[in-house]
Design a protein around this ligand. Structure first.
Ligand code: SF4
Length: 244
């Protein structure tokens, strides 16, 4: 027992200081993209032809756009076009699908604040039931990381639970493959009202590189990325429940 206590004392406090301190992000971290508003049609086409995801980059009557709900943050567009870059902005979670669209010239950004009273009621305790609906396990692993002592999201009262009956929200990852459709629908139906759907990762939001199955409700929180960085997910969950 004494040895265990000494070892524990020597290990010290291992949980990161984020939040409130800024997260420690890898040097090659790709956060919120920016597109310069003077991007030419030729430059845009070059970026678009380098992109492996259909409609992640597109152009309409307003100009060039990048859909963070489809983007896998591979960075190929920025490699071939210097009018597109990825910032270190990790606060990417939004409450409306349309807020994932980055327009050319959108250089200023503040993440949206939660206004939904039902979501804010979860500020002291948020329970999540994960459904991996055909994902590659990257989003699932980075969600799992949030439970480790390095991130320890339990200190904010946020935790994954085994049963949808105990969940405030269903945390969906993966593109919803045909084999997972029924399981997702049943899990959603089993969660008590009021309930929220959280779509984490490009696959859950849009299908990403794959066909998108049917989601049982409109997500109340979209967390883009491939996979979303744990700092992005934790910040999004805290903001979703009105804590920042
Ligand atoms: S970073 Fe996104 S938009 Fe750019 S090439 Fe990759 S998937 Fe396409």
């Amino acid at each position: 027992m004494l040895k265990a206590l000494i070892a524990r004392f020597k290990q010290g406090f291992r949980t990161g200081k984020f939040p409130p301190a800024a997260p420690s992000l890898p040097p090659d971290f790709r956060g919120r993209p920016q597109i310069d508003d003077d991007i030419s049609p030729e430059e845009f086409e070059r970026a678009q032809s380098a992109c492996p995801v259909k409609n992640a980059l597109y152009c309409d009557f307003e100009g060039a756009k990048l859909d963070m709900g489809r983007c896998i943050f591979c960075g190929r567009c920025a490699e071939v076009c210097d009018k597109i870059r990825f910032t270190k902005e990790y606060r990417l979670g939004v409450f409306r699908r349309t807020d994932l669209i980055v327009r050319a010239g959108d250089l200023d950004y503040e993440p949206p604040k939660q206004t939904d009273a039902a979501a804010k009621a979860l500020r002291r305790s948020l329970t999540l039931r994960e459904v991996s609906a055909g994902g590659c396990a990257a989003c699932e692993l980075d969600a799992n990381v949030l439970g480790t002592l390095a991130w320890d999201m339990g200190r904010f009262g946020i935790r994954f639970v085994a049963s949808p009956r105990h969940a405030d929200a269903i945390y969906l990852t993966g593109p919803v493959s045909p084999n997972m459709q029924l399981a997702l629908d049943k899990t959603w139906a089993a969660a008590p009202e009021p309930k929220f759907l959280i779509a984490a990762g490009a696959c859950a939001i849009s299908g990403g590189l794959y066909e998108h199955g049917n989601v049982p409700a409109t997500p109340a929180l979209f967390i883009p990325g491939c996979p979303p960085h744990p700092a992005t997910t934790l910040e999004a969950l805290l903001r979703f429940s009105g804590r920042c």
